[in-house]
Design a protein around this ligand. Structure first.
Ligand code: AKG
Length: 265
C-alpha cells in the first residue's frame, strides 16, 4: 500500500518522516548481516571513533534484497517516484555525539536517506535529531545554518538547539531529505546503523548534472577516500531482480557515459 498523501506532504514540508515498526520482522537478520559485514571486512570497532563501511548493503546478498522488499519499495516509491535511484549507503558503528550538519545542499533533484538504527535510541542516548523544514532553501535555512556553531552564534550548546528528536526502536525507519540539518547527542560508543541513499530519477539536464556531481569520485558518495573500491556494487547488481535493476540502471548509465568519455580522451 502506498503512503498516504499526508505522509508524503509531511515529508515535503518538514524534510523527514518516521515509520515505526516498518521492518520489525526483519530486524534480527538485518542486525546479523550488519555484524557479518564488519567481520568480513575486518573492521574492528574499538569505540573511540566512528567506524564506517561504504557501500554497505551492497556487501551482503541478503541486505541487497531490501531493494526488492515490498515495504521498502512502497515507502521509497511514494516519496521519490516509482523509478527512484539507489546510490549507495554506509554502515556504521557510531561513537558519541554527531554535530549539526546536513548531508548535502541539493537545489535541484531530491536526495534522501533511509535510516535503520539497530539499537533502541532516545533523545539523550543518541537518537537522530532533525530541524524540521531545514531542507528548504531560503531565509529560514540560512538562519538554521548557524547551528553548526551554536554556542557562538545563538548562545546554545549543540544539544539544546530546538529540534525534533526521532526516538527509534530497532525495526523503525526514518527517512530524511539530505538537505535537512540533523545531529545526535548522548549516544554510546557502539551505536549500530546503516542506510540506503536514494534519489528521484534525474530527468532534466540540471538534475543529471547534480546526480553526476554526487556520484563522481570526490563527490558526496565517495567522501571516504579509498573506501569505495571498484566492483563494490557488483553483488547488488549481479543478484538484481528486474525490479531492483530499475533502481540501479540510471547510475550504471551515468558510469558508462563517463567511462566512454574517459576512453575517448
Ligand atoms: O546518527 C548519527 O549520529 C548521525 C547520522 C548522520 O549524520 C547521517 O546518517 O547522516
Amino acid at each position: 500500500m502506498a503512503l498516504t498523501p499526508q505522509q508524503c506532504a509531511f515529508f515535503e514540508s518538514f524534510g523527514y518522516v518516521f515509520f515505526p515498526n516498518l521492518l520489525t520482522e526483519e530486524i534480527d537478520w538485518m542486525t546479523e548481516e550488519h555484524r557479518k559485514i564488519f567481520k568480513k571486512k575486518g573492521v574492528k570497532h574499538d569505540g573511540t571513533k566512528r567506524s564506517v563501511i561504504v557501500p554497505f548493503s551492497d556487501q551482503s546478498e541478503r541486505l541487497c534484497t531490501l531493494l526488492d522488499h515490498p515495504k521498502v519499495l512502497e515507502v521509497l516509491k511514494s516519496l521519490l517516484g516509482d523509478d527512484f535511484n539507489y546510490v549507495g549507503g554506509d554502515g556504521n558503528y557510531y561513537s558519541g555525539d554527531t554535530g549539526w550538519h546536513s548531508d548535502g545542499a541539493h537545489r535541484v533533484g531530491l536526495y534522501a536517506k533511509f535510516h535503520l538504527y539497530l539499537d533502541p535510541l532516545t533523545r539523550d542516548t543518541g537518537c537522530i535529531r532533525v530541524i524540521p523544514g531545514s531542507h528548504l532553501f531560503g531565509q529560514w535555512r540560512d538562519g538554521v545554518e548557524k547551528v553548526r556553531r551554536s554556542d557562538e552564534t545563538v548562545g546554545l550548546s549543540a544539544s539544546d538547539v530546538p529540534c525534533i528528536p526521532v526516538e527509534t526502536s530497532p525495526g523503525d525507519v526514518v527517512v530524511f531529505n539530505h538537505n535537512i540539518y540533523h545531529a545526535s547527542f548522548g549516544g554510546g560508543a557502539a551505536r549500530r546503523h546503516f542506510c540506503l541513499n536514494v534519489t528521484a530519477r534525474a530527468e532534466t539536464e540540471a538534475e543529471i548534472k547534480e546526480l553526476d556531481r554526487y556520484l563522481r569520485p570526490g563527490g558526496r558518495q565517495h567522501q571516504w577516500p579509498g573506501k569505495y573500491p571498484p566492483g563494490a556494487q557488483d553483488l547488488m547488481r549481479k543478484t538484481a531482480s528486474p525490479e531492483r535493476m530499475r533502481h540501479l540502471e540510471q547510475v550504471i548509465e551515468r558510469e558508462n557515459y563517463y567511462a566512454g568519455l574517459l576512453n575517448e580522451a
